[in-house]
Design a protein around this ligand. Structure first.
Ligand SMILES: NC(=O)c1ccc[n+]([C@@H]2O[C@H](COP(=O)([O-])OP(=O)(O)OC[C@H]3O[C@@H](n4cnc5c(N)ncnc54)[C@H](OP(=O)(O)O)[C@@H]3O)[C@@H](O)[C@H]2O)c1
Length: 249
């Protein structure tokens, strides 16, 4: 799937020969990833879902996978030994603040966005390496970088997943596996069904932008201008992201 560069690096990642696995592929962004991968000629696309019967995209291979269940991950690794491109997409958003919110929901956000994605990577890394190296994409968020109580648990989990992404990129590089982070603001999916349409980007566009990034082997894809602005504000004062701080004290 990837061509060895004469100097030991890898040239562009060939999605046309890839065997891809997308988590949470039954709806939303994951469904768009699965369908765009097939459009780009992927050899096979495993559409992983908690309920594989809910997968109805033509041409994909449905696969049962709950990313919070280590036994389910182990079964998926056995059932899909040929994976060379892993899209860690599955996610939840429980709108839970950190001090007063339900601790079980805070833990579930961490079990999903941090431990879930990490366990999927740990499960599939040996296969990715054995299949000649490949790529992993972690779906993160604008909220990995900007944090508010209404999204407290989600932000903390996505921020932890951002750190995890930066570490596993270095751990997997010697195995010939690229790791790309995708950061994006509101998308037009069930997760953001309460947000005005004018504030949302279409998930099919995001999937296409992210796959372009994987193909070009970039470590980070920022899918929209709002997210780009927040990223650049990280190097300024905190009040650039939290304006209330500028009126404090
Ligand atoms: N929508 C946004 O505005 C937005 C913005 C930035 C980042 N994101 C991120 O984008 C990714 C996709 O979200 P989306 O917008 O497409 O949301 P969505 O429409 O709510 O879809 C979420 C998907 O994740 C699956 N999922 C949840 N928990 C899972 C688990 N434990 N195991 C396996 N699958 C699980 C869901 O499966 P079920 O159908 O079984 O529930 C569903 O397929 C997430 O990582 C999300 O955090 C979304």
């Amino acid at each position: 799937m990837t061509a060895r560069h004469p100097h030991g690096g890898l040239e562009n990642m060939e999605i046309s020969n890839a065997v891809a696995l997308v988590t949470g592929a039954n709806r939303g962004l994951g469904r768009c990833f699965a369908e765009e991968l097939l459009r780009r000629g992927a050899a096979k696309v495993y559409a992983a879902a908690r309920n594989p019967a809910a997968v109805d995209s033509p041409g994909v291979v449905p696969l049962e996978l709950d990313i919070t269940d280590p036994a389910s991950i182990a079964e998926a690794v056995t059932a899909a030994p040929d994976v060379s491109l892993l899209i860690n997409n599955a996610g939840i958003s429980t709108h839970t603040p950190l001090v007063t919110g339900d601790m079980a929901k805070i833990q579930l956000e961490m079990e999903t966005a941090f431990f879930g994605h990490l366990n999927v990577i740990r499960g599939f890394a040996p296969a990715l390496e054995a299949n000649g190296g490949g790529a992993v994409l972690n779906v993160l968020s604008i909220l990995s970088w900007a944090h508010f109580p209404a999204y407290g648990a989600y932000s903390a989990a996505k921020s932890a997943a951002w750190a995890m992404t930066n570490v596993v990129r270095q751990e997997l590089a010697p195995m010939g596996i690229d790791v790309t982070a995708l950061h994006v603001g509101y998308m037009d999916t069930d997760m953001a069904d309460y947000v005005a349409a004018s504030e949302k980007i279409h998930p099919a566009l995001v999937a296409a932008t992210a796959l372009d990034g994987i193909q070009a082997r970039v470590p980070e894809v920022i899918a929209d201008e709002g997210t780009r602005r927040v990223k650049s504000a990280l190097s300024g004062g905190l009040e650039l992201i939290y304006p209330d701080l500028s009126t404090a004290g």
